[in-house]
Design a protein around this ligand. Structure first.
Ligand code: ZN
Ligand code: ZN
Length: 268
């Protein structure tokens, strides 16, 4: 098999993996939403179809660089990914995960702020904000330009920062889960996480919810570090009373939509 064909197959396989991972993770959390907060996504069917379509395009954009790098790792010894757990001290395992999250967060914060520059927003980022309010399906609902800015991060970092393959799996799992849960419309984490000391530094749904409400604040991905440092932290948003559906779809629905209010307990 020629190298070109092998790389193409690797990119295709990665695209399928990313696409299936998206469908399972977003689908799983959408199902959890339906079971625990019935009606939360009522009236959003057309929006959800668009979220899924954009997300599947994004899966290809994420899959191609990942597939190329995975091929190079397997066949050419590219990257600083290691498989021998003792190649580095064990304490480096959690540190490497933190380094990846911090680097990704930094990249995300600045590219995200950049994409809120009005001219660029219309081209590259309006797609993501067209979800009002976002749902679990919006996790990868990005315009291809925005998807590309996200897709290159991990494939570049694996050349720069050594990481065990299992630690990389943890990074990708955190990336996937936070991408979905931050858009889901409710807090999946216990209140002490997002409303306690940890929540002052770690981003969960309540924080990203405010970004989707106000646009001009809360640009971070995992941590509030850059938002706090740069004065763009707008605090935590609330899930109470946010517009979720056309009025016609809301008719006949009680005021209590079964959502936790930020600071209002664990929900129903
Ligand atoms: Zn978002
Ligand atoms: Zn934004």
């Amino acid at each position: 098999m020629t190298a070109f064909l092998a790389i193409a197959l690797s990119a295709l396989a990665m695209t399928l993996i990313v696409g299936i991972r998206y469908l399972l993770s977003s689908g799983g959390f959408a199902l959890a939403t339906r079971l625990t907060r019935p009606g939360l996504y009522t009236g959003l069917d057309r929006q959800i179809v668009k979220e899924i379509r954009w997300s599947l395009y994004s899966a290809a954009i994420y899959g191609i660089p990942a597939g190329i790098v995975a091929w190079g790792w397997q066949n050419r010894g590219w990257t600083a990914i290691y498989t021998d757990i003792h190649a580095y001290p064990l304490w480096y395992l959690p540190l490497s995960v933190l380094l990846y999250l911090a680097a990704h967060d930094t990249w995300f914060y600045w590219t995200h702020r950049w994409m809120h520059w009005p001219r660029l927003f219309r081209i590259a980022h309006a797609v993501h904000h067209a979800s009002r309010p976002p749902t679990a399906w919006a996790a990868m609902a990005f315009h291809p330009i925005e998807a590309l800015t996200g897709a290159i991060v991990i494939p570049l970092l694996v050349f720069a920062i050594p990481i065990h393959v299992a630690a990389l799996g943890i990074v990708l799992t955190i990336m996937t889960v936070m991408g979905v849960t931050n858009h889901m419309g409710w807090e999946v984490f216990p209140r002490f996480i997002w409303d306690g000391p940890l929540g002052r530094w770690v981003i969960t749904a309540s924080h990203h919810q405010r970004h989707h409400e106000r646009y001009g604040c809360n640009y971070g991905l995992y941590f509030r570090f850059w938002d706090r440092l740069c004065g763009t932290d707008g605090g935590l948003g609330s899930f109470a009373g946010r517009p979720r559906a056309p009025l016609s779809a809301q008719a006949g629905r009680g005021a209590d939509r079964g959502q936790p209010v930020a600071g209002g307990g664990s929900g129903h």
